[in-house]
Each structure stands twice: as C-alpha cells, then as structure tokens.
Design a protein around this ligand. Sequence first.
Ligand code: BDR
Ligand code: CA
Length: 311
Amino acid sequence: MTRPQLLIDTDPGVDDALAILMAAAHADIAGLSIAAGNVGLGHTVRNARNLVDLIGMSTPVFAGCATPLVRAPDEDAAFVHGQDGFGDVGFPEPKALLSGEPAALALLRLTRERPGELTLVALAPLTNLALALRLDPTLPQRVARLVVMGGAVTGHGNTGRIPAEFNIGFDPEAAHVVFEAFPRFDLVDWEATLRHAFDDAEFDRWLARGDQRAEFFGRIVATARAYNAANDRAGLIAADALAMAVALDPSIVTRRETRAVAVELDGRLTRGATVVDWAARLGRPAQANIVLEVDHARFAAMVQRALGVPE
Ligand code: BDR
Ligand code: CA
C-alpha cells in the first residue's frame, strides 16, 4: 500500500502530538501549518518544532494566524494541555526551523504543487484554512480529502458554551467558511472521540513498552490525564488521534452518516455549535461525512505503532 500523503493543520496540543506521531509512523507529511488554539501561537509553533525534532524528519513548519478571524476567543485549552500546550514539561529550544512562509500561503502553494495528491487533516481551529480559502476559493478542488476534527453533532460539546466543541467554538467564522466551501469532508467530532477513548491501564502498558516517542508522550499527557480524571472523563481521550486514524485509513470507519452541517455564529448560548440537519429538512447539500464509529482495534494498533510499541 502506498503511504498516505498528508498536509496537517494543527495547534499542538497533546492530542495533536499523538496524531502527528501517528502520521509520521504511517504517512508522509508535506508540512505542518500551525494555528493558535489550545494555547497561543508562540507555544503551538514551538511545540510543532519539538515534534519535528522528535520524529527526525525534515517536515516544514509554517506559522499561521495568532487570533481567530473575527472575535477574540472566550477561552483557550491551557487548563487541559498545560500553559505551554505540552504539559509544562519544559523542553529545550527545538532545533527544527520555522519557515518564513505564512501557513495560509503554504497551504495554497503545496496544494498547487501537488494537485489532488494531499489529504488535508485539520486538527485545530480552522483559521488558517479559512484564510487560505478566502485567498483562493479553488483550494477544495486541489485536495484529495479533507478530514476535520471538530464539532459536537448532538450538542454535547466540551467548552464553556455547552453545545460547542473547542476547535469550532474557538473560531466559528472560520469553521463557517470551511464548512461552506468544501463540498465533502470527513467530520470527526468530540462525541465520537469520547466513544473511542482508550482504557487507562492498557494505555499505560503501551507507554511502558514503547520507545522514545512513548516516553515523550507519557510526559506531555500527564496534565491532560489529571484534568480528565478530575472532570469525570473516562479513559485516555485523544480527539486528534481519532481524526488522524480516519485520515490515514478511511476504511477504519464502521459507521457514518452524511448530513448537512452548519456552524452557529450568533447564538447567545450556542455560538460555535455545529448544527446538523439530521432529517434533511432544509434541502441543503449534505457535505459532512460524520464519523460515528471506527474499528477500535485498528485505531489502537495505529497508536501503538506510533508510540513504538513492539508488535
Ligand atoms: C480539540 O480541541 C483541542 O483541545 C484538541 O487538540 C482537539 O483538536 C478537541 O475538542
Ligand atoms: Ca488540536
């Protein structure tokens, strides 16, 4: 099987890190475009460079927007991921360089150089993708697939605005632009993530048996695990890793529904919610393949390989 060819937009972030380790183990990565989100852009760029050092690849890193398109966000996710986004471990200054090219321009250039070849994997607020789309609305024609981690398709979100999931709620206008522009994309939402958490004891065994990647991940994930345990979230939750599994191998999906999905921009209590037309009442084109279930054993195998667990 030929290796998937990926372009990853990300805000590392602990679960972003696991997703990028998966990508490095199973695919070729054309570039990492970096968004603000989990923590500020300075941290997410630095964390991406640390990951490039860890995986020992020459993957280019492109910095994107430091803020959402329109409104300042209500919150970041430092309370889950740590103040620096990587569990406040205190890694040394990375060696990997930052490209001088802005993320949105890099997304456009790389997809022009390789039309139809790259799967775009969006693991962050969609600010960079929206900006790229505003500059060049033909972008969707040049990507093989778009996989988005975002949303909460029945309103069980994970932010201060109850139905909003973090990536969409951080920059709803950007998500609106992307959801309107792409005629088809895979949507891996927060609710699917919760259904696909890993058993804590099993995950600890993987961390103990893996290589330096497991050691690295074990250190950065500690803060997020403590937060989840204190907030009644069961198991090892890794939203971006689940989206990456779908990007790497779409045949892993065992249950999906294709529906029209829109983003609430104005709601007093619901701004950032992903509104799904489940009964197809509005006659709008159904653009989102909503991933409901994946083959959990295959997902687990992908994660173990990414952590260097011997087979
Ligand atoms: C998403 O938000 C971020 O905190 C995670 O990295 C993931 O991309 C989950 O809602
Ligand atoms: Ca993320």
